[in-house]
Design a protein around this ligand. Structure first.
Ligand code: NAI
Length: 208
């Protein structure tokens, strides 16, 4: 895609995708921007503007074809391709992510899980066995891994990220509480539940 899409628009796409998926599952074939607007509590003009970034998708007087729009957004989000993931850090968070089956429906396939703690090696999580960190490099190559999920403390995260970069990982889903300084062509998405909780706290404080 030639056109530069703003991060704000991209951040809204997964929500459109979720709503359209629900509509599709309910057998809804088409929806107007007004109907989608009242369902999602986003203005109809925002929806039209967002979709105009990708050529509109809609037809005057018809609305949006749900299946088509769902398919197009899924292409834009790269969800029509399969991604192979590994998890680094098989503690509470790493195991919770490994056990969450729904990611696979979106094409995110968990291939392996690694941890530095020998006491965990050999333990089975779903169809994966927790492996030592020494196996990581060869595993990435042999299994065509493109995304690494970092669920380790911040102390080890930078070093592990550097190892991942050296082994041509394409993206890091970073839960460690540290900013990773990786080359520009490596995509990093930081997820910090505590930041979300602080936002909630702010909203609560504002209400008082
Ligand atoms: P945990 O202590 O249950 O698990 C951490 C695992 O990482 C352990 O099994 C440990 O052996 C392993 N580990 C430590 N250093 C390693 C290294 N250098 N290489 C490979 N494995 C290593 O902790 P939990 O609850 O799973 O949290 C993991 C990390 O994620 C913590 O540092 C925590 O601060 C952070 N966290 C982040 C959240 C977020 O929203 N971003 C939410 C919850 C936790």
């Amino acid at each position: 895609m030639e056109k530069q899409i703003s991060q704000a628009v991209i951040a809204r796409l997964p929500r459109y995708f979720r709503y359209l998926g629900d509509l599709k599952d309910k057998g809804v074939e088409r929806i107007s921007s007004q109907e989608l607007s009242s369902l999602m509590k986003v203005t109809a003009s925002q929806i039209r503007q967002d979709f105009n970034n990708f050529g509109g998708f809609g037809q005057q007087g018809y609305g949006y074809n749900v299946e088509y729009l769902y398919g197009e957004i899924s292409k834009i989000l790269g969800l029509t391709e399969k991604h192979h993931l590994i998890i680094i850090g098989a503690g509470n968070l790493g195991q919770a992510i490994a056990n969450y089956m729904n990611f696979e429906k979106r094409g995110f396939i968990f291939k392996g899980i690694f941890d530095a703690n020998p006491a965990l090696h050999g333990k089975q999580i779903r169809d994966m066995v927790i492996q030592p960190m020494d196996n990581m490099e060869s595993f990435i190559k042999e299994n065509d891994i493109d995304i690494a999920v970092l669920t380790i403390p911040k102390t080890g995260a930078v070093e592990v990220a550097n190892r991942l970069v050296k082994n041509n990982i394409k993206a890091i889903w970073n839960f460690a509480h540290v900013d990773l300084n990786v080359p520009k062509d490596i995509q990093v998405e930081n997820v910090h539940l505590s930041e979300s909780l602080m936002k909630l706290s702010y909203k609560l404080t504002k209400e008082q």
